[in-house]
Design a protein around this ligand. Structure first.
Ligand SMILES: Cc1cc2nc3c(=O)[nH]c(=O)nc-3n(C[C@H](O)[C@H](O)[C@H](O)COP(=O)(O)OP(=O)(O)OC[C@H]3O[C@@H](n4cnc5c(N)ncnc54)[C@H](O)[C@@H]3O)c2cc1C
Ligand SMILES: *[C@@H]1O[C@H](CO)[C@@H](O)[C@H](O)[C@H]1NC(C)=O
Ligand SMILES: *[C@@H]1O[C@H](CO)[C@@H](O)[C@H](O)[C@H]1NC(C)=O
Length: 369
């Protein structure tokens, strides 16, 4: 029997983890091994002294599923990934209720909606997203100052809990982990023997001029009465959102979008304005007429969204021959502000590319997830 071929996934963010789970659950283990190589791992409990860098986006995300109308080629591509992810999240809610995904209502409030938001209907929304329950608010339901308000059924993800559970699932199914700060993808080929392909799910890294970090500051609060996620888009371009992190995770009140701002520390004036804006939409996040209760700060959150101009880079690159053979890399980075909600669509596309560079006669599909 020949030595199994190793597939290396660089990165333990939501993209690397989803891809690694997809691979380990679909490849034949007698022929293939899957190894995640990463600098940082999902071991975070927010509020406990921080051990993660601002660059590890997946630890800092809200995170909710919030569809954006598919009005550009990039958004059309992302909408298809989102729709697939919604199917998997629904399956996870049914079959693994403790994994970190919760189904809940999403509410959106827009002061000055763009045409593509205004044009949405229950039918077009469901067709594009796979999400049910879209309903435009009318009359007194629309809070003052807003031109458009609507709700739908969506999902909130407790980001650190969910990522930790993806990693546990990967390990249970036979996946292995290596701690390493890589300076080049080539280095991955030297870590273990018989590497067949490397997946570059390094988030943003550096070196691609199309990548630009977009700073997000939010506040983790103990506003535990929140059971719905609420998003407000204001005329001045600012955002305010509330995202419950079910499973004892508190509630995220956010948030900023600051392209190219490298400030790693939380800014106290921003914290204050986020909490002030959060209070204005807090009542909508709780159950009918329920008390809103406290919004005490548990932790300030600063993360960098790995935004890439034109969207994610998902493609095969053949590095020129190192030693005896050419080295294929499958790129999967640049998820921007949407890594969780597009994760499964991306993971399946990346896994298909991985399979396409492996000796196909040895590939066996073992399951759908
Ligand atoms: C404030 C905020 C709110 C957000 N809200 C949402 C939301 O509501 N919904 C949503 O879908 N998304 C949201 N996002 C976006 C989401 O967090 C990102 O899109 C997603 O986490 C990107 O995942 P990733 O796996 O590509 O990258 P990352 O999570 O950054 O992971 C990269 C991995 O690669 C490893 N790595 C990098 N370089 C190297 C190296 N040289 N050697 C070894 N390992 C390396 C890192 O250690 C890490 O494990 C939000 C982001 C922020 C910051
Ligand atoms: C791998 O991904 C990083 C982004 O994280 C990028 O900067 C780098 O250029 C990629 N590697 C190659 C060989 O393109
Ligand atoms: C939130 O924290 C405050 C201050 O620590 C505390 O008094 C309050 O009871 C907490 N609220 C909840 C819902 O736990």
């Amino acid at each position: 029997m020949s030595e199994p071929t190793t597939i290396i996934v660089i990165g333990a963010g939501v993209i690397g983890l989803s891809t690694a789970v997809r691979l380990v659950s679909t490849l034949d283990h007698s022929n293939y091994k899957v190894v995640i190589v990463s600098k940082e791992w999902p071991m975070s409990i927010p509020g406990v002294p921080v051990t993660h860098s601002v660059n590890y986006a997946s630890m800092w995300a809200g995170a909710h599923v919030r569809p954006i109308p598919a009005s550009t080629p990039q958004l059309v591509r992302e909408a298809a990934w989102l729709k697939r992810t919604v199917q998997v999240f629904e399956q996870q809610v049914q079959q693994s209720p403790a994994i970190g995904v919760t189904k809940c209502k999403g509410i959106e409030l827009l002061e000055s909606p763009a045409q593509d938001y205004a044009a949405q209907s229950a039918g077009s929304f469901a067709a594009q997203t796979g999400l049910t329950g879209y309903r435009k608010y009318t009359g007194s339901e629309v809070p003052e100052a807003f031109e458009l308000a609507y709700e739908y059924d969506t999902y909130c993800i407790n980001a650190p809990v969910y990522c930790g559970n993806l990693l546990r699932s990967f390990i249970l199914q036979g996946g292995k982990c290596v701690q390493c700060v890589l300076t080049s993808e080539r280095e991955a080929y030297s870590l273990v023997s018989n590497v067949g392909v490397v997946v570059n799910a390094s988030g943003m890294g550096f070196g691609d001029p199309k990548c630009i970090p977009v700073r997000g500051q939010t506040v983790l609060t103990n506003f535990s009465a929140a059971t719905k996620t609420v998003t407000r888009q204001s005329k001045d371009g600012s955002w305010s959102f509330i995202i419950p992190r079910f499973f004892q995770g508190g509630t995220i009140v956010g948030g900023t979008k600051e392209p190219g701002d490298y400030t790693a520390e939380p800014v106290m004036a921003i914290r204050d304005s986020l909490l002030g804006a959060g209070q204005q939409i807090a009542q909508l996040a709780v159950n009918e007429n329920g008390p809103t209760g406290d919004m005490n700060v548990l932790a300030d959150v600063v993360g960098r969204r790995p935004v890439r101009e034109g969207g994610m880079r998902i493609e095969i690159e053949q590095l020129s021959a190192t030693g005896a053979k050419a080295a294929p890399i499958v790129h999967a980075y640049g998820a921007g502000g949407r890594g969780f909600e597009i994760s499964w669509g991306v993971a399946e596309e990346v896994a298909d590319l991985v399979r396409s560079v492996l000796p196909t006669e040895r590939t066996v599909i073992r399951s759908n997830l």
